[in-house]
Design a protein around this ligand. Sequence first.
Ligand code: ZN
Length: 230
Amino acid sequence: MQVTLPPDTGTQRTALVSAADGRRQAPQSADSCAEGRTVGNMNRKSAMIGLVFTALAVTASDTEARRTGNVRREVIDMVVIHSTGGPTCDARTGRPIWVRAGTLEESIRQIEAHPKLGIHYMIDRDGALRASVPEDQVAHHVFRLSGRSIAIELINDGDGLDPFPDAQLTSLVKLLRDIKQRRGITRDGIRRHSELDHALLPCDRTQRRKVDPGAAFPHELILDRVFQPH
Ligand SMILES: [Zn+2]
């Protein structure tokens, strides 16, 4: 992998990357969301071949290993909301591209096959919820703050245009209420990835590298729903 990781992503999972892992076309720096799934930019045929080979090459124990992270040393006081789509740098052309949302199945397979990155939850457009790394283990999804935060990825292009369906948002509210009650998370502790990483794209210094979940995500309304009496 040609991935350069931020300082907080140095020591984690030891999973091997399959030779057929489509994400060997990884960009210069990494995080979850768009950069964890650059296979979405490959042409459809090669992407599918990559996924098929990855599925064949990954044993059950490998898959299990990729769903684990380091034990937490910090108290969890933050939840970070991501979208699977977003800007990144194409490793082949060196130009900025926009990774589309992808499906839940391909997105979770890709993130779990990544040697460093991870997430705790992913929510599909229809509200289906999938868990990945356990909450009490660190998943590397945001620069410097992964040790104290839980990662939720929403299947969405993250471009401010792709709408978040009601079913997806209702599932998110339910999950956030549950985490809030178990972990004592405050309203200020539920953050968008775009609020926490203001770095620029290495291949285009006029663009932010993290803008997810994007302007179509109704953040304040979600917080109202999570924190209203119920
Ligand atoms: Zn993100």
